[in-house]
Design a protein around this ligand. Structure first.
Ligand code: NAP
Length: 542
């Protein structure tokens, strides 16, 4: 059995950076990665049209001034191949690969209370003995396949957007079904429609989407960012979303109708999800939200030629932004093509899959290929896939039976020295993921340095601090409109999953302050203990 200081699970952006920092602390590290390469979400999600909907000058690491100066993005919103190339560059530039084991999954992690060590078992039947475990498993990494009756009887090809073949897929001359209309579908449908003979889009819930208006990177724009990167990165960290989006810090209700319309039109023309920064209360004030939603509905009506199709594509029963807002390239326009049809499976759900197609409302839609753009078991899926057992053999699955419970979204009581990068209860998916990843990794690096300095071996949150944090996260969510949508943020896309708003909506700026304050108070809410010793830091609730 090999012994190391730390096991990091996952070699996406979180795992790569965690490895880099742990090495700096002088720790021995093993990174275990299921894929054959680095990049996490950008390794798996290779569907046509996959691209980041945060500007890549902002969706990139800030920890290395040299890296952020030398890397050159070719587009405002980089596509998946370029982001994956960037992840590979980072792995090479910082010589990270030598500590990563690829094509291997962690199946269990068990805490040995006698020795204060974790025993991490992989599907290669290796057991690694480690002091720390860092779960850098990603928030949207467990692809979710629905279980329609007859799935196995289908004679054609099937794909999931979150698990796309590396060699790509040729849809030329094929009749393709796409199930789902979330971000992945909205990006891939226009691309598939350009190739396929016919595309049938199976929609359960229409989505709000803003044109991305992606453009090639210009030297000028790049220079503006790079000449001021340190200051701009600092500003990003203090925002709500970790994105400099030109937030218009007034209520939509505080301006005239004309001014409101002007603001929406300008944002619509600029493109991208920063549309939601048109006003400061779009996700907290129903009336304000209604004005933004109505504006988008009008754009759909003006874009889609067939009024019945336009109406079906128009979201009406949840506030804009409370399901993840999408950014697209010609999504609504694609429904004007002769080779694209929209199938409403809200009124007439899919009954079953048969050998040659999909049956909904007794109509068989004959297709050659099915693309499942059906999303992920978000935030908790990848964590609970691993059989994690803490003190007393208690499993994380049992502990989180009624929903995830974690202090700061970083650690959970009863599971000492086990950490989550962007776990439930932290801003994570409500923010620029790289900003949130860097904040967690740096906070944890400081925490472990603190443990080294005061010769502490074990750290663990108290139940009282964890309970108070979970309550804080819930209260923050219920001050917004988010819980009113049946979204994956709420676990609503997975039958039987507890309905709990999982990310922390306080904003990355405020969250950072809260984390820093806890660290400054000697890691308040955590207990620390020396090797083989009793806890020495008094547990104090928030
Ligand atoms: P998603 O947002 O969860 O969308 C899944 C879609 O599949 C929804 O339309 C859902 O309908 C439908 N669906 C699921 N199960 C179904 C069933 N049994 N029958 C019929 N329809 C079903 O998943 P996603 O599009 O992969 O996106 C997930 C998240 O990943 C995004 O919200 C975003 O955070 C991230 N993402 C980001 C980017 C980007 O940066 N550009 C791109 C892609 C994804 P309902 O809505 O009715 O449940």
């Amino acid at each position: 059995m090999q012994g190391v200081d730390a096991v990091v699970v996952g070699a996406g952006f979180g795992g790569l950076y965690m490895l880099y920092r742990l090495r700096e602390l002088g720790l021995t590290v093993r990174v275990i990665e299921a894929g054959s390469g680095v990049g996490g979400t950008w390794y798996w999600n290779r569907y046509p049209g996959a691209r980041c909907d945060t500007e890549t000058m902002q969706y990139s690491y800030s920890f290395s001034p040299e890296l952020q100066q030398e890397w050159r993005w070719t587009e405002k919103f980089a596509g998946q191949p370029e982001i994956l190339a960037y992840a590979n560059h980072v792995a090479d530039r910082f010589d990270l690969r030598r500590d990563i084991t690829f094509n291997t999954s962690v199946v269990s992690a068990t805490y040995d209370e006698e020795h204060d060590r974790w025993s991490v078992v992989t599907d290669a039947d290796e057991t690694i003995d480690s002091r720390f475990v860092f779960m850098a498993t990603g928030c949207l990494s467990t692809a979710r396949m629905p279980d329609f009756p007859g799935m196995s009887s289908f004679n054609g090809r099937t794909y999931h957007t979150g698990h796309w073949p590396h060699e790509g897929v040729d849809f030329a001359g094929r009749r393709v079904a796409v199930i789902g209309t979330g971000s992945s579908a909205i990006q891939s449908i226009p691309m598939i429609a350009q190739q396929a003979k016919h595309v049938a889009v199976f929609q359960r819930t229409p989505n709000y989407s803003i044109p991305a208006r992606n453009v090639p990177m210009t030297d000028d724009y790049e220079r503006q960012w790079k000449s001021d990167y340190p200051a701009l990165r600092q500003q990003q960290k203090r925002t709500r979303t970790g994105i400099l989006n030109g937030l218009n810090d007034v209520s939509a209700m505080a301006v005239s109708d004309d001014e409101r319309q002007r603001q929406y039109e300008q944002r619509w023309l600029t493109g991208g999800t920063t549309f939601m920064a048109s006003f400061n209360d779009l996700v907290t004030n129903k009336d304000s939200n209604h004005t933004a939603a109505e504006f988008v509905r009008q754009q759909i009506k003006a874009t889609v030629r067939d009024p019945a199709v336009a109406e079906l594509l128009t979201p009406r029963d949840y506030p804009i932004g409370t399901k993840r807002i999408c950014a697209d390239t010609a999504y609504f326009e694609t429904f004007n093509r002769d080779n694209v049809t929209l199938v409403d499976i809200r009124k007439a759900p899919i009954d079953r899959i048969v050998a040659d197609g999909i049956v909904a409302a007794e109509t068989t839609h004959a297709v050659d290929d099915i693309v499942f753009a059906t999303g992920f078991d978000a935030m908790t899926g990848a964590l609970l896939k691993v059989d994690i057992r803490g003190r007393g053999g208690v499993s994380l699955r049992d502990k989180w039976n009624a929903g995830p419970r974690a202090y700061l979204g970083i650690a959970t009581a009863g599971f000492p020295n086990l950490f989550m990068i962007t776990g439930p209860g932290s801003p994570s998916v409500l923010s620029n993921m790289i900003v949130s990843i860097e904040q967690h990794v740096e906070w944890l690096t400081d925490c472990i340095r603190h443990m080294q300095n005061c010769q502490m071996h074990v750290i663990e949150p108290t139940l009282a601090a964890e309970d108070a944090w979970v309550e804080h996260v819930n209260k923050a969510a219920h001050r917004t409109l988010y819980p009113s949508a049946a979204s994956w943020y709420m676990g609503a896309n997975i039958p039987g999953k507890p309905r709990v708003f999982m990310p922390y909506i306080g904003g990355v700026g405020r969250y950072r302050e809260e984390c820093d304050e806890i660290a400054a108070k000697g890691y308040e809410g955590f207990t620390l203990a020396p090797a083989g010793g009793a806890p020495v830091a008094a547990p104090r609730a928030l």
